[in-house]
Design a protein around this ligand. Sequence first.
Ligand SMILES: [Zn+2]
Length: 72
Amino acid sequence: MSRPKQFEHHRYVGDKRNQRVHDLDNASEACAIDELMAAETFVSFGPDTLVEARNRTYKPCRHCVSADDDAA
Ligand SMILES: [Zn+2]
């Protein structure tokens, strides 16, 4: 799927409701990114990395963030 236009320049998006971080380059239907955009409870990270998301206590989404990325 393509990135939402709000996230054209970001790879990772967090959902404030459940503190999950999604990888937009790998997102699936199960991630419900469209619904997240509609709910406007998303957050971007600076720098736009999984490490930064984790530092902000976001947990990787199991649908789109691979275990390898999680370990890195
Ligand atoms: Zn996801």
